[in-house]
Design a protein around this ligand. Structure first.
Ligand SMILES: [Zn+2]
Length: 160
């Protein structure tokens, strides 16, 4: 055991709370370390002082006030604290919000809403929109577009 480790065990050693194995190691270290030995003496002195101090019992009024305050704090926290220990609830809420956005932004299903069929984009309009896409103006981009190279030749010919 070194001095750093001894620091962790020193309180337990002074209070006699160390397990047999820890106690042996602490004693072995103390036998060769004056620094830690002095610290043990100091801790014993403080510990002795604390033992000698009169025990102060809280009055009944103090106890009641403390209990009331703890209850108020607990009630105040519960308004906000319910989300913190429930990441799954927060995750579900986020998922629900995402789902709402997705459903809202989805194009309407023409089969489910036949009266919307007239609003469907005509083929010419679709072609015009595709032609207006800026990326199509840059022929080099399309020509060297890697995924197109994977297409079978027949499909590529049709595209041209
Ligand atoms: Zn030491």
């Amino acid at each position: 055991m070194n001095c750093g480790k001894m620091e962790k065990y020193i309180l337990g050693y002074v209070d006699g709370r160390l397990e047999a194995r820890e106690l042996r190691k602490a004693e072995a270290h103390l036998a060769g370390c004056a620094e830690c030995g002095r610290r043990v003496t100091e801790f014993r002195a403080v510990s002795g002082l604390l033992e000698e101090m009169p025990k102060i019992m809280p009055t009944e009024g103090f106890d009641a006030r403390l209990q009331a305050r703890i209850a108020v704090e607990a009630a105040r926290e519960s308004w906000w604290a319910w989300l913190a220990p429930a990441p799954r609830v927060a995750f579900a809420a986020a998922l629900l919000a995402l789902l709402c956005v997705w459903v809202g932004s989805r194009p309407r299903d023409v089969d489910a809403y036949p009266h919307y069929a007239g609003a469907e984009m005509r083929a010419e309009d679709q072609m015009r929109m595709v032609k207006d896409l800026p990326v199509l103006e840059d022929f080099d981009v399309l020509e060297n577009f890697e995924p197109l190279a994977d297409l079978p030749p027949a499909v590529q010919a049709e595209g041209n």
